[in-house]
Each structure stands twice: as structure tokens, then as C-alpha cells.
Design a protein around this ligand. Structure first.
Ligand code: 4AD
Ligand code: MG
Length: 441
């Protein structure tokens, strides 16, 4: 029996007989010769048979193979520069494992909604295949980056009793008769853990019942959230900038084939190195109120930026386009940010927080801050925000037993994947997107 080989490894088997297991993506016959292209998840390979190479029955089978039929092909590996992937299989045997029914995704252009309705099949195609491989590399790069810097993984719960990022985007579930909410962020749970371990992170799915129907919003997305004891805003800005640069460099190094499939302009990624520009919210507000920028927002039909308010999607796009690498914006007004953010001692109406805006219009990819560590102040902020004190008792406890300054951030994986791979929409950056209008498949 010839060895079963992945297409990726064919180079090691030139001149030998092997078996490939895969799915038919193309088939054509020219008289006494049949050509197939198969995909096995690791790559694509062309296979060729003339009528005398295989049995009459097998040659018949070849002629009947439909798009996405599952096959086992046996043959000798030949080097051929003209073949996709550089190798070709000279067929000696074919086994049809399943003859596929008429495949719904054709060669013609399909609309995005049709493709998303068939996401379970669309995942096989070149574009999604490349994006998922880039996503995998990004996730691995995140975990390696944390591990190499002695951050401990602390998994946070998904079922929670309280809100972290505002009560208007909570998904409520029935927890044996009492309300429970799907986690919006693991932050509240990594804060206590950083007091136990110094440097920690969580990495998992998070949920926002967000009524925003934009290319940046999912209702279920993955977030990595480091948290560091004895750290402040400067430390997390430095960490975030190193982390993003590390991830981009790693994808450029190991996923160049996938970036090429997606026709990603990699020169735009090569400039992503520290230091990133750092602007305060007030610097940014000054830029956004310049007449030329105001005119641009008007043209785009977006409401003009109001100093003191949070940034809108278009504001972030405009700012992101001003630089060739991610932009760090720090010290937003406390009034527009979350209840747990430490006020700037030099200017208490500004928070010790930062957002990182990706270039090329991908918007905010990171949000983070130093956390309030004073018990009285935090209790007051919880009360002012109308949050139920009972549900936050344990969180306030951390401020009663050896409280110290600490800081962290959250990075949304899909926005990062969309930006790095050049996908138009975050829904293409996750295998099975959940959005305002989609819970299928
Ligand atoms: O800015 P956010 O809401 O921050 C937090 O959740 C903090 N508790 C994190 C922390 O400090 N540990 O969200 C962080 C990031 C955003 O910058 C964005 O990348 C992503 O999560 N994100 C979303 N991604 C896709 N769809 C959504 N609806 C998202 N909301 C946030
Ligand atoms: Mg944010």
C-alpha cells in the first residue's frame, strides 16, 4: 500500500507512488486523457490519467466526478513547474469515496449573504481558507507572545452575574430562574488573578448584544485580555504596541502564501513596528475639528465630531488613515468611558485609558486602561453608573485586600484578523459569524 500523503508534503515523494485523499475542485477530459485538481486542506494538486493508466471502470469514474466529490487517488509524484503547487500526480488508481450532489457554490460571483448562508461549504474555498489560516497563526502568535513574557492564562467565565462594558449590550439568559449574562469581557476576572500571579491574560469568546450593523461589529467575538499588577497606562501602551508588531511580523513570516492568495498589500504591514504614534484625546479632538476634516465628515454624511464625546466610526477611519501604523489615542474623557477606569491625577476629567486604531479604515482594535484601585472611588463609580453593588461585591473586595495600581487591555481578534488579512468585514474573520442579523449556520 502506498503511503497516504498530504499535498503539502509532496516534495518529499517525487518519483514515488503515494495516495492522496481529497476533494475534486476541477475536472476536465480531453479524449483519452483526464485531468483532475484535488484539494486536501493542505494544498491543491493536479492529477492526470490517460486511458491506459487506469482500469476502464476507473477512467469512467473520472469522467463522472462532480465538484467536491471525495476521492482517493493513487499515483506517482512528478515535479512539474506548470502545475499548481509545482507537482503533479500521474494516476494509477482512483477510488470515489462519495460522488457529491450538485454543489451550490459555483464559479460565478455570488452575493455575500448567499456565501454566508453557505458558510459551512464556503470555508473550503480559497479566500476563507487563507483567512482561517491567518487567524490560526494570529491566535498562536498571541499565546506565544504571552507565554514568552511569563503571562499566565486565566480562563474567565462566560456566564456572569454582572455587566463589564455597559448594560445596554448584555445578552441575558435564564440561569435556573435568575438572570445571568453572557460575558462582554473577562476583565473583571483577570483583575483578581493578576493579584495572584502578577501577569495574566484571558482569551475566549465574548458577547455583545450590539444593535450596530457595521462591518466592525459582531455579537460574538474573541478577545485576548492581558492584565498586569503594579502597572499603569505607559506599561500597557508599550505592551500592546509590542504585541501587535510581533503578531504582524509573524504573519508576514509564516503566512506569506495566504496573504498572496488574498492579494494583501504587504508593504502596508511591513511598516507596523514600534514605536506607534501616541496622541491624547485632546490632540485628536483638535485634528478632528479642523475645517478640512469637518468637510470630509460632512461629505460622508456622518455627524460631525463633538469635542467631549466618544469617537465615531468615521472619526476612527480618518485618524487611522493619517498614519502608516496603528495609532494609540490616550486619555479620553472619563464621562464617555467605562466605570472602572482610573482618572488622570493631573486632570481628573480624563481617564488613564487608551484605544488603538488600526490603519486602513479598520477602526479600534484595542481598548484598555489603568483600573481604579481605590475602594471608595470604585464604589462611587459603580453607584453613579447605576450598577448593582451586590453583583460587584467580590470585585470591590480586590480593593480591600492589598489593592495596588494595575492595568490591562482587550484586543478583538476578528478586527485584527480582518485588518491583517485585508478582509472587508469582521464576519469574514471568524469561522461562523454571529451578527445582528445572522445566527445561521
Ligand atoms: O473596548 P472594549 O469594549 O474593551 C473591553 O471590553 C475591556 N474590558 C477590555 C480590557 O480592558 N480588558 O473591547 C475591546 C476590543 C475592541 O477594541 C475591539 O477590538 C473588540 O474588543 N470589540 C469588538 N469586536 C467585534 N465586534 C464587537 N461588537 C466588538 N466590541 C469590541
Ligand atoms: Mg472600546
Amino acid at each position: 500500500m502506498p503511503p497516504i500523503v498530504a499535498i503539502r508534503d509532496l516534495a518529499r515523494f517525487v518519483g514515488e507512488q503515494v495516495t492522496l485523499q481529497g476533494w475534486v475542485t476541477h475536472r476536465r477530459s480531453k479524449g483519452r486523457i483526464a485531468f483532475l485538481v484535488v484539494r486536501d486542506g493542505s494544498g491543491n494538486c493536479q492529477a492526470v490519467a490517460s486511458v491506459q493508466d487506469v482500469s476502464a471502470d476507473q477512467f469512467e469514474q473520472l469522467a463522472r466526478l462532480t465538484h467536491e466529490s471525495a476521492v482517493r487517488l493513487t499515483g506517482v509524484v512528478r515535479e512539474d513547474e506548470r502545475a499548481p503547487g509545482g507537482f503533479e500526480l500521474q494516476l494509477a488508481g482512483v477510488e470515489t469515496v462519495q460522488l457529491a450532489e450538485e454543489y451550490p457554490i459555483g464559479r460565478k460571483e455570488h452575493g455575500i449573504e448567499f456565501l454566508l448562508d453557505h458558510r459551512h461549504l464556503w470555508l473550503r474555498h480559497k479566500g476563507p481558507w487563507a483567512v482561517m489560516r491567518i487567524r490560526d497563526e494570529i491566535v498562536k502568535a498571541c499565546r506565544d507572545f504571552m507565554y514568552e513574557r511569563d503571562f499566565l492564562l486565566i480562563d474567565s467565565p462566560i456566564l456572569t452575574p454582572a455587566a463589564c462594558e455597559g448594560t445596554s449590550t448584555l445578552f441575558e439568559t435564564d440561569y435556573f430562574g435568575a438572570p445571568a449574562y453572557l460575558s462582554q469581557s473577562g476583565q473583571l476576572y483577570v483583575e483578581p488573578a493578576c493579584i495572584a500571579h502578577g501577569k495574566v491574560y484571558c482569551f475566549g469568546p465574548t458577547f455583545r448584544a450590539e444593535k450596530s450593523d457595521t462591518r466592525r461589529h459582531l455579537t460574538e467575538f474573541w478577545m485576548i485580555e492581558p492584565e498586569i499588577a503594579w502597572a499603569g497606562l505607559d506599561e500597557i501602551m508599550a505592551l500592546a504596541e509590542q504585541m501587535i508588531s510581533h503578531i504582524v511580523a509573524r504573519v508576514l513570516e509564516r503566512r506569506s502564501e495566504e496573504l498572496a492568495i488574498l492579494e494583501r498589500d504587504t508593504t502596508k504591514l511591513e511598516s507596523v513596528t514600534p514605536p506607534f504614534p501616541r496622541l491624547s484625546y485632546d490632540d485628536v479632538a483638535e485634528r478632528l475639528t479642523r475645517p478640512d476634516i469637518v468637510a470630509r465628515a460632512q461629505q460622508a454624511g456622518a455627524p460631525p465630531f463633538q469635542p467631549g464625546s466618544d469617537l465615531g466610526a468615521l472619526d476612527e477611519t480618518i485618524l487611522g488613515e493619517m498614519f502608516d501604523r496603528p495609532l494609540i489615542i490616550h486619555r479620553y474623557p472619563t464621562a464617555v468611558k467605562a466605570f472602572y477606569m482610573e482618572p488622570d491625577p493631573e486632570r481628573p476629567d480624563r481617564a488613564l485609558c487608551m484605544d488603538i486604531i488600526a490603519p486602513e479604515g479598520y477602526g479600534e482594535i484595542i481598548g484598555g486602561s489603568q483600573r481604579i484601585h481605590d475602594h471608595e472611588l470604585l464604589a462611587r463609580r459603580i453607584d453613579e453608573n447605576g450598577l448593582p453593588e451586590q453583583a460587584f461585591r467580590w470585585y470591590l473586595d480586590i480593593r480591600r485586600f492589598g489593592t495596588v495600581p494595575h492595568a490591562g487591555f482587550g484586543m478583538g481578534i476578528e478586527r485584527l484578523v480582518a485588518w491583517i488579512s485585508g478582509a472587508r468585514h469582521t464576519r469574514e474573520a471568524i469561522p461562523y459569524p454571529r451578527t445582528l442579523r445572522r445566527l445561521y449556520p
